[in-house]
Design a protein. Structure first.
Length: 453
């Protein structure tokens, strides 16, 4: 193999105080037809810490040995040499043998990374909680398992260790991967049970649960900050435990990997808003399943806000809306409100055109700019209108310390329309979730019984 080129024009890295540690990558993509779009893979590479120094694409049927044609692989090698790249990032689902074959044509030390390996690398960098770390590890193991199984099959058939240069196969590797997958699933199930208990505790405290969903970089975290901007998060474990302080807001893919929950500002209702990892195009089923426990925050919400980047083309928006609906409607029973975000980037009249063009998949979207705050008040109104209906109740209570405690509890867990005091009683008209109304009635009945005893 040829060594790395040195001193090449336009790609040389300066040694010394100004040297950079950022990895350099050439991104490449093959498509069966049409033109390859390298925008997203370049963004993913940047999110993982790579500097994209060149791009290459090819339109042709897949080559079984190299994914690309052999001539294009030779061109890829030349570009790596010219730019002094550390890695080649392929925006394709590349098989283990194709990866090995491409790597064999590149300068020594240059890594070949496919789309899903890159995504897992980003996930690994963002995993700051035990749950996130377990999900990343599960995804990595599920990615590796079919490769281990392929090695097993070929080793048995060929009866030669290191078949096709993939390394000597150890039968215990496959068993160990399956064992680790089982153990991680068990731990994630335990975490999910605790999270479900917390969700129910929050509902019992009068909170409605609203989840933000949508593709990464649609502006979900910025919208969360806007909706919760004027609220101080109460960390009292009796009301809503373990709330994170804030969600990041950066123009970068996958800044939110785990879930972030904050209390949102609404007129009447207590709402907890949860931001989760963003969807991304062409994710394989095994990768989505690895993050199933994070998506539970969406599936088990009372309302879902599906956030879409309105500055993208109609075609891109439609594709993401359709895919998001397929993902959400598979398990989610809560109403979904579509939010067209980033309308501050649209030209006059462009929003109306996009509303009309996408009316079939987004019949009544709310248009906002999380950046400027435009439309956010209308979104708050829509959230309250779409949440499950509250019940109306009127309680007449004897004036006592216990009754005043109940009135205070009703204020904390519902919305009091009227509160009237007489010499020996207080009348409270309020709206609340059915479960809260039932508990208030039970508490009032207990007060009445105590009063008559």
């Amino acid at each position: 193999m040829t060594g790395r080129a040195e001193g090449n024009a336009g790609g040389e890295r300066v040694e010394g105080d100004n040297a950079t540690n950022e990895r350099r990558a050439v991104v490449a993509k093959r498509v069966d037809a049409g033109d390859a779009d390298l925008t997203e893979i370049s963004q993913l590479a940047a999110a993982a810490g790579y500097e994209v120094v060149d791009e290459l694409s090819q339109t042709r049927t897949e080559d079984a040995a190299f994914m690309f044609g052999e001539g294009k692989v030779a061109e890829l090698r030349d570009r790596v040499l010219r730019t002094d790249a550390d890695a080649v990032i392929l925006d394709n689902d590349v098989g283990p043998y194709q990866t090995f074959n491409i790597g064999g044509e590149l300068p020594e030390g240059v890594e070949v990374i496919d789309r899903f390996t890159l995504i897992l690398e980003i996930f690994g960098q963002r995993a700051n909680t035990r749950k996130a770390q377990l999900q990343v590890e599960l995804a990595q193991l599920r990615y590796e398992l079919p490769r281990a199984e392929a090695k097993a099959s070929l080793a048995k058939r060929d009866e030669r260790p290191g078949f096709m240069g993939l390394g000597e196969y150890d039968e215990s590797v496959e068993r160990d991967i399956k064992r680790q997958i089982s153990e991680i699933r068990d731990e994630l199930d335990s975490i999910a049970e605790k999270e479900q208990a917390r969700r129910e505790q929050r509902r019992d405290s009068g909170f409605d649960l609203v989840a933000l969903a949508g593709y990464t970089n649609a502006g979900k975290s910025t919208l969360m900050r806007r909706l919760a901007a004027e609220i101080d998060v109460d960390e009292n474990a009796d009301r809503h435990p373990d709330l994170d302080t804030t969600a990041e807001s950066q123009d970068m893919l996958f800044t939110t990997l785990g879930t972030t929950t904050r209390r949102a500002e609404m007129e009447k209702r207590d709402v907890l808003l949860t931001d989760t990892v963003g969807f991304i195009a062409d994710l394989p089923h095994w990768l989505v399943e690895s993050f199933e426990s994070t998506l539970d925050s969406v599936y088990r919400a009372d309302l879902v806000l599906l956030v879409v980047d309105a500055s993208e083309s109609v075609e891109a928006m439609r594709e993401k809306l359709v895919t998001s609906h397929d993902t959400l409607y598979e398990r989610n029973e809560a109403p979904i409100v579509t939010v067209f975000n980033k309308v501050d980037r649209l030209a006059p009249g462009e929003l109306a055109d996009k509303r009309a063009a996408l009316s079939g998949v987004a019949p009544d979207p709310v248009a906002v700019s999380a950046k400027t705050g435009a439309g956010v008040a209308e979104l708050r109104d829509r959230v309250e209108a779409e949440l499950p209906e509250w019940e109306r109740e009127r309680l007449v209570l004897p004036v006592s310390d216990d009754a005043m405690s109940l009135v205070s509890w009703i204020h904390d867990h519902g919305h009091v329309e009227d509160e009237t005091y007489a010499s020996d009683q207080v009348t409270v008209d309020f709206e609340a979730k059915p479960s809260i109304v039932a508990r208030a009635r039970s508490k009032a009945a207990g007060l009445a019984s105590a009063e008559s005893a």
